[in-house]
Each structure stands twice: as C-alpha cells, then as structure tokens.
Write a new protein. Structure first.
Length: 343
C-alpha cells in the first residue's frame, strides 16, 4: 500500500470518538521494544505519563500497513469491550503507520504466566471476546496464546485483528483465504472453506490444549494430590480437556459456539449468565447525548418520568429544604416578636 507524501506526515488516523494527539506520546527514542513480529513491532511508551503499547507497521512485508489498517477497522467495529484490547489512536510518522493501544504486561504464551494465572477466568475472558465479535460477524482467524494478553485480576485481552474478516462485508476471496499460524489452522480452512465462527472455536481448543500441557507441572511437591490445590487443578484440567476435545472436532458443525463455552465456564465457577430480553435503545457515545436522550420513550425518557413523578408526589429533597426554610422563618419571626416584647 503506497502512502502519499501528505500522509507521511504525522497524520491522525480516525478512530471512533477519537481526538488522538500523537504529540502527547513520549519521544520515540524513549520507547522500549516489547516484540518484533512479521507485520509489526510493538513498543512500550508513555501517553501523558500512562503506559501504552505502540504498534508500528514494518517495512519488511508489503501488506503490513494494510494489515494494521484492517486491525484499526475491526477494533473500531468491535468497540469498547473488557476483553478486547482498546485503541487510543493511530498516526503516521514518516512512512510508518502506528497504532496506540491499551497496555498489558503479561502474555499467555509465557510459561510463567500460564502456570500462575487462573485458567478458568482467563479462558472465560477469551470466550467472552469471541461471543462479542462473532455477534458482529467478525472472525479473528489468528487466535493463539501469543494473541492473548493477561492484565490485572486475570483479565484476558484479545489482540491482533490484522487477519480478521467480516463475513457480511468482505470479499469471498478474503473470506476463504488461508491465513494464520499454520499449526492452528482448522481443517476446513486448509480445504478453502469460507470463514465461520467455528474456525475461532477450533483455535480456542488448541490453545486450551497447550495451556493444559504447560500447567501439568504447576502442582509442586508442596501441593500433594490430596491438597486443595491439587484437587482444584485436576478438576480444572478435566473440564478444559473435555472442552478442548469438543472444540477441535474435525467437523465444524460438531464444535460448540463461543456462547456455550462461556456459559459452561461460568457454571463451573458457580456463576450464571443472563441476557436482558427487554427492548433497549442504543445511544452511540459519539452522538450528542442531549439530543439522543430527548428521543427517549415517553416524551423525554427516564429523566422526564422522574420529573413528572416529583411533580405529582413531591420531591422529598425539595420538601426537606422547604421545611428547613419554613422553620428558619418561624424562628426569625419568634425572635422578632421576643425583641418587640422586650422593647
């Protein structure tokens, strides 16, 4: 993808509700390299004192800039989500496209992270991210441990949407292209089938298998098989191994959905998932809130309803204030009367 001379200046790439200022970043000389992949290099930098990740497209591959633009598109389409890395902004510097992202210190590919994290919580976060993007028609197509960050409290963050696709809007050529890490590719992708959510589920199963293998040595000599830690680890492993087997079924139709995976993990920890069935109207964050709220139901929405309720029942706060003012007037009147009597 060629970039014109006008684009080569520090030009901001539009992101949703974003007024990102590249000059707010620390100087590039102060950035610290975190990783170097085929399509991009990732650095740790500061954004007005806050640690962020800066992803820079490399010049080693002609499609690196195109891949990053695709990632920006799908991050924008996915929107805010607790288990998807959040973008702060993007810009060109020289002929290089940069994407500024939320920073997380740990990556699930690390043996230490895998052995110390809570696998159920982390994998629930990944499943939650898949539920969200699959509901939008987005297929990640490069799900693996390397593309899952782990933040505080075992919060998983799905990253790297450079090979993703939109099953509703992308061309059939891109939907059926063989992409991603070779050992993670599902059988139907190798057969040239079009993208489907079950492809991500297959990669999810392979990721679980790897996680279980790396956690086998987690129970130390201090944690005997009869200890609580040993029993919990065995219960987690049995659940995860069964899930991995279902996710990696050769036939795509036999694999569970991301929603059923998330529900099963949540039930395992004694939690449940409930979706609201009532009608709710979305309000875009970038829209003018006053004008959006004025379109609420009932001629003004909840605020108008509360106002009418106060008018009919009386506002307790207003009554309290009014009562205090009345008492003050009575006291002043009594004092004035007493003063007159004294005179």
């Amino acid at each position: 993808m060629s970039i014109s001379a006008a684009e080569s200046r520090a030009e901001t790439v539009r992101l949703p509700t974003c007024t990102f200022n590249p000059s707010a970043l620390s100087p590039s000389a102060d950035w610290r390299e975190l990783s170097d992949g085929g399509y991009s290099e990732v650095y740790r930098a500061k954004l007005l004192g806050t640690t962020v990740a800066v992803k820079a497209a490399t010049s080693r591959k002609k499609t690196s800039c195109e891949s990053m633009l695709r990632e920006i598109r799908y991050l924008r389409q996915a929107g805010p989500h607790p288990n998807i890395v959040q973008p702060y902004g993007a810009f060109y510097e020289g002929h290089t496209l940069h994407l500024v992202l939320e920073y997380a210190r740990h990556c699930l590919r690390s043996d230490r992270v895998i052995r110390q994290c809570d696998p159920i919580i982390v994998l629930s976060g990944v499943a939650r991210a898949l539920v969200h993007i699959h509901g939008l028609g987005i297929i990640h197509r490069d799900l693996k441990s390397r593309n899952v960050l782990v933040s505080h409290e075992n919060r998983a963050l799905l990253i790297d949407f450079g090979l993703a696709c939109d099953i509703e809007n992308d061309s059939e050529e891109w939907l059926s292209r063989t992409v991603g890490t070779k050992k993670y590719r599902p059988p139907e992708m190798r057969d040239g089938c079009s993208a489907h959510p079950s492809m991500d589920v297959y990669c999810y199963g392979l990721m679980i298998e790897k996680l279980v293998r790396q956690r086998r040595d987690r129970v130390s000599s201090d944690d005997s098989p009869r200890s609580d830690a040993g029993r919990h680890e065995r219960c987690d492993s049995r659940l995860l191994q069964d899930m991995a087997q279902q996710c990696t079924a050769r036939e795509a139709s036999e694999r569970p959905s991301a929603w059923s995976l998330l529900a099963r993990l949540q039930r395992f920890v004694g939690d449940s998932i409930a979706r609201c069935e009532t009608e709710r109207e979305r309000v875009p964050l970038h829209a003018g809130l006053p004008s959006a709220l004025s379109r609420g139901r009932g001629g003004g929405g909840a605020a108008e309803s509360r106002k009418r309720q106060r008018e009919s029942d009386g506002d307790p706060d207003e009554e309290a204030c009014g009562g205090s003012a009345q008492r003050r007037r009575l006291r002043d009147h009594e004092r004035g009367t007493e003063g007159g009597e004294a005179e």
